[in-house]
Design a protein around this ligand. Structure first.
Ligand SMILES: Cc1cc2nc3c(=O)[nH]c(=O)nc-3n(C[C@H](O)[C@H](O)[C@H](O)COP(=O)(O)OP(=O)(O)OC[C@H]3O[C@@H](n4cnc5c(N)ncnc54)[C@H](O)[C@@H]3O)c2cc1C
Length: 428
């Protein structure tokens, strides 16, 4: 069975997108310096960066541009990892990676400006409200660490958080004013347009079916053509198949559901009045942002996936009511789902082989800004920068223990997460 997405990207993001892009399937042979497999934000940012460095690049996309997580995300632009704060990041991945991550949101918004991408980009800040006293202490400490790392971060008390959220259900938290939100699908199409303008050749409906090593480099076979390239970048994220043996088993693909309300109109004016996006401190995250028409876009995971299309909108409706008790009845007409690549250590991994295959994987749900930043690291790896000089050190491809079972049952950990959230304890 193919691993690439079979459903179109989120209807909401497609409806709102003024960016357009389409490209023909590959027919026949192409020769490039680099073949990039996957046209999400990672593949396209990497292609753009390689083109900037003078490399010829062909991007192969199995479905259409943005068909993966990039066209389905909530759209929050966040310069942070899910579990690790700055000190833990330095310990695990080093100072250089922390610096890269610290500027990731700015990098994304710079791309928007530089390439004039019409994606409703709002850089009004990202909030992490704490849902409990214990998590409040933790995030206040994190805000201090981020500020010391040079990030525009500040701890917020309850009234400051309430003024930004439009609700007083949280006792405080912190803000990174570099963050914000975008229409992720429109952003991805804009990247494809920019990459093409920079000389990158993109082919949609062109799944890479086989990777073979030849004397002069790599051969990538698609149904009706092939690309011959010295280097190959795999940017297939949670849709990774078996092109790189073992890579699929290094991640757990998790389904994340999204839902959006109808435009809230005047009723929603007091909600997120300054245009922030927020994700709270729960392991079973509560997160929301508004789109340009004033819809609230939220989401979550489900332990049991049966009837997801009916159950998730109801859950989102309840979360919105709990968060904004004065809002009253709301309609939730949009629902979609996407796949996130989780790693066991919740860290992104860079992998490279001596013969020119490079990939990064493991967005762990926060990949929009990170993908823009990682493009530079992947491009460095493609351009033969030695391991020791890369902002993220390459590691051997790990193997998730009991992968077939874990990838089918990972979502069953959700009730445990919810219990930890309710007791204010760490999930380990
Ligand atoms: C529902 C959801 C909500 C999210 N919300 C946020 C958020 O608010 N903020 C945030 O920072 N992150 C969020 N994320 C994560 C973020 O969307 C991803 O980290 C990011 O989009 C990953 O981009 P990518 O290019 O690496 O992968 P993808 O966008 O998944 O792209 C991979 C591409 O590879 C293609 N492909 C796969 N196999 C092949 C093949 N053999 N040949 C050719 N092409 C192939 C696929 O078709 C796909 O288009 C969310 C993810 C999901 C699923």
């Amino acid at each position: 069975m193919s691993e690439w997405p079979q459903e179109p990207p989120a209807a909401l993001w497609r409806e709102l997108s003024r960016e357009r892009f389409s490209a023909p399937a590959l027919v026949g042979d192409r020769i490039s310096d680099v073949a990039v497999i996957g046209a999400g934000i990672s593949g396209l940012c990497t292609a753009l960066e390689l083109a900037r460095r003078g490399r010829s690049v062909t991007v192969l996309e199995a479905a259409t541009v943005g068909a993966g997580a990039s066209g389905r995300a909530n759209g929050q632009v966040i310069s942070a990892l899910t579990r690790h704060g700055p000190e833990a990041i330095v310990e695990a991945l080093g100072e250089r990676f922390l610096r890269l991550l610290s500027g990731a949101a700015d990098r994304l918004f710079d791309l928007v400006r530089r390439h004039d991408i019409d994606c409703d980009a709002v850089q009004a800040g990202w909030l992490q409200p704490a849902h409990s006293p214990g998590r409040l202490r933790r995030v206040q400490g994190l805000a201090r660490q981020w500020a010391q790392a040079g990030v525009p971060a500040a701890a917020l008390d309850a009234p400051e958080m309430a003024a930004r959220l439009g609700t007083s259900v949280y006792p405080g938290g912190w803000e990174n004013s570099q963050g914000g939100h975008i229409n992720p699908y429109a952003f991805t199409l804009g990247l494809a347009r920019a990459a093409t303008g920079a000389g990158v050749v993109v082919h949609e409906q062109s799944p890479a079916l086989r990777l073979t090593r030849s004397a002069s480099g790599w051969q990538v076979d698609t149904p009706e053509g092939r690309v011959l390239a010295r280097k190959v970048v795999l940017a297939t994220a949670a849709h990774t198949g078996d092109l790189w043996p073992g890579l699929r088993r290094s991640i757990v693909p998790v389904t994340s559901y999204q839902a959006a309300t109808a435009p809230l109109g005047a009723r929603g004016a007091a909600i997120l009045p300054q245009g922030h996006a927020f994700s709270d401190t729960r392991f079973d995250l509560h997160y929301m942002r508004k789109d340009r028409d004033g819809r609230l876009v939220s989401g979550g995971a489900l332990a049991v996936q049966a009837l997801a299309g009916r159950r998730l909108p109801a859950r989102v409706r309840q979360r919105i009511a709990d968060t904004f008790p004065d809002l009253g009845a709301i309609d939730v007409p949009y629902f979609w789902a996407g796949r996130i690549a989780m790693t066991v250590d919740r860290l992104p991994h860079l992998h490279r082989t001596p013969d020119g295959l490079v990939t990064w994987i493991g967005c762990n749900g926060r990949g929009l800004a990170l993908a823009c930043a990682m493009a530079e690291v992947v491009a460095d790896a493609v351009c033969d920068v030695p391991d020791a000089e890369l902002a993220l050190a390459p590691v051997p491809v790990p193997r998730v223990p009991f992968h077939p079972i874990v990838s089918r049952t990972a979502r069953l950990i959700l009730p445990w997460y919810r219990w930890c959230d309710s007791r204010d304890v760490a999930a380990g």
